[in-house]
Design a protein around this ligand. Sequence first.
Ligand SMILES: [Zn+2]
Length: 95
Amino acid sequence: MPSELAPLQIACPSCDEKGCEFCDNEGWLKITQCPQSEFEVNMMEFLELADFAKQGSFPIIGGTLDQSKSFLTACRFLWSEEAKAENQEWSKNNG
Ligand SMILES: [Zn+2]
């Protein structure tokens, strides 16, 4: 699990490490704790919310900018992990 002492860094999926508003121009996101604990819902609830968010339906009424940053960070983290898993699956089948 990531922590303050051993943060997990992932390339910002928004800007591809170029720096943008979402990542505070860092080009990467620092995860210092379990994405789940960042906003105190259980993992199943989060996965459900993230799934809705992926389809454009966010838990808070409004657009992407109205969502809490921690929720978006957690979503992005989840989606990048999902994409990685999909890529691995793809290379397995096509490599
Ligand atoms: Zn960025």
